[in-house]
Ligand binder design. Structure first.
Ligand code: GAP
Length: 445
């Protein structure tokens, strides 16, 4: 993980937030390449969930909702973790994860293990951030930053059912920021307090819920394979009854083998009719499906839920590779081309050559209308290749002496390092074809 955090910083993917003020624990800002990569993850998720399907529509609900939403959902009463404070080192820990935490004093031990540790009794700590809406700062203005995007979907069930003219099975997909005051955030972006969730609530006839639950587990698993994650680093893990959330009658985690060990990447849950029933009771608005023949029922909900952050880290871990090529170290991100922030670099071999620069700029302008491409004329060509390898750019197009004679360029493949000559006239089509071809990660991870 350290190598990845360092690469992210060095190459401008992700920085610690508020750094000039000493930072704010486990909060991050995304730089240029991080933004481009996040955009790719988000749009590929939306493509698979909404664009390529007839049965799912998009939604973008507010972050701050009526606080009664969170009473109905069970978050006000139950979205808690057990917390203990250490009166000596002043750190806070999750009572159920003391065996993974480090005491704040040296030599580092587990909290409670040194004679000086003075832990409080565990108490329940609600993970929702509170805020005030309006000018009055009393209880009537209390509101929450949403800890999940899902509830914004449930409270819009009736709108979508009527206005999008859908009937079960159908789904509503939403991408947006969620906030949790995690007691122990950490492991880079894996557990943060502000993250971007991608959730889809799929409403089905109760009798079909189990089948759709299995279907979505497989769909989501396959989505990761299709976007380059190595199969040996992915697995499905079904929760035991004790482990499941209060609303769930079945949950399966798609786990990734992160550097911290196998951990939840995405959760797929069978939420039954819990949410629609709760909101019906609390709001007084009936959230049910009424068929043309008069049949009525409260649909069950199957939910795949993930954050862009967890995917972002998994994809970087899977792609990160160090090797020695021609006696020189090379660090390369073998990202799936669709995920890579930049698709191709255009490089004049000799930056001092006005003719090469002109040709390269011309090709760059031609490509940038359809693709995220980068022009680079600073430093030796080998250095420029290395820079592109480190940000995962799948192709580099180099303008050299021969280009000036016959209008061809070399195209270098990030993974195989093979170089081929193609004509400038065909470069755009050629690149688009290569980028659209199926891709599997080369070699071991
Ligand atoms: N609506 C259901 C729900 O929110 P969850 O398991 O609490 O379920 C779903 O969260 C997903 O959101 C997780 O699988 C993970 O990908 C992501 N996630 C949850 N907490 C996170 C955090 N603190 N930082 C980054 N991602 C988080």
């Amino acid at each position: 993980m350290d190598a990845i955090v360092s690469l992210c910083r060095r190459r401008g993917f992700v920085f610690p937030s508020s750094e000039i003020y000493g930072g704010l624990g486990s909060t991050y800002d995304y730089g240029h390449y991080g933004v481009l990569m996040k955009n790719n993850i988000r749009s590929l998720w939306l493509q698979a969930m909404v664009q390529e399907r007839d049965d799912i529509v998009a939604l973008d609900s507010a972050i701050i909702l009526n606080p009664r939403v969170w009473e109905a959902s069970g978050h006000v009463g139950g979205f808690v973790d057990p917390l203990v404070d250490c009166r000596t080192c002043k750190l806070r820990f999750r009572a159920d994860q003391l065996d993974q935490a480090s005491c704040g004093r040296k030599p580092s031990k587990r909290p409670g293990e040194t004679p000086d540790c003075d832990l409080t009794e565990a108490r329940q700590f609600n993970l929702m951030f509170t805020t005030q809406v309006g000018a009055l700062e009393d209880e009537s203005s209390l509101a929450y930053l949403r800890p999940e995007t899902a509830q914004g979907i449930f409270i819009n069930f009736k709108n979508v059912l009527q206005l999008a003219r859908r009937k079960p099975p159908f789904g509503i997909a939403q991408v947006g920021k969620s906030f949790r005051n995690e007691i122990t955030p950490g492991n880079f972006l894996f557990r943060v307090r502000e993250f971007e969730q991608m959730e889809m609530e799929y409403f089905v006839p109760p009798a079909d819920a189990e089948r759709w639950y299995r279907y979505w587990i497989d769909q989501r698993f396959d989505w990761y394979l299709a976007h380059g994650i190595r199969e040996e680093n992915l697995r499905k893990r079904e929760h035991s009854a004790e482990e499941r959330s209060h609303y769930s009658s079945g949950t399966t985690d798609i786990e990734y083998r992160y550097p911290i060990g196998w951990s939840e990447l995405e959760g797929v849950a069978n939420r039954g009719d819990y949410d629609l029933t709760q909101h019906t009771e609390h709001s007084g608005t009936k959230l049910e499906f009424v068929g043309e023949g008069g049949e009525r029922y409260t649909p069950y909900v199957v939910e795949p839920a993930v954050s862009i952050e967890r995917i972002f880290v998994a994809m970087l871990v899977d792609a990160y590779h160090e090797e020695v090529v021609a006696e020189r170290d090379r660090t390369v991100l073998r990202l799936h081309p669709a995920i890579a922030p930049v698709k191709a670099a255009v490089l004049p071999l000799i930056p001092r050559s006005a003719e090469m620069v002109e040709k390269a700029r011309g090709l760059y302008e031609h490509l940038r209308h359809v693709l995220a491409v980068e022009y680079d004329d600073s430093g030796q060509i080998g250095r420029r290749y290395r820079r592109q390898d480190e940000i995962g750019t799948p192709y580099a197009l180099t303008i050299d002496e021969q280009t000036l004679a016959d209008d061809t360029v070399t195209i270098r493949d990030r993974d195989s390092l093979a170089q081929e000559r193609i004509s400038i006239a065909s470069a755009r089509e050629h690149l688009l074809d290569r980028l659209a071809a199926p891709w599997r990660p080369p070699g071991p991870g």
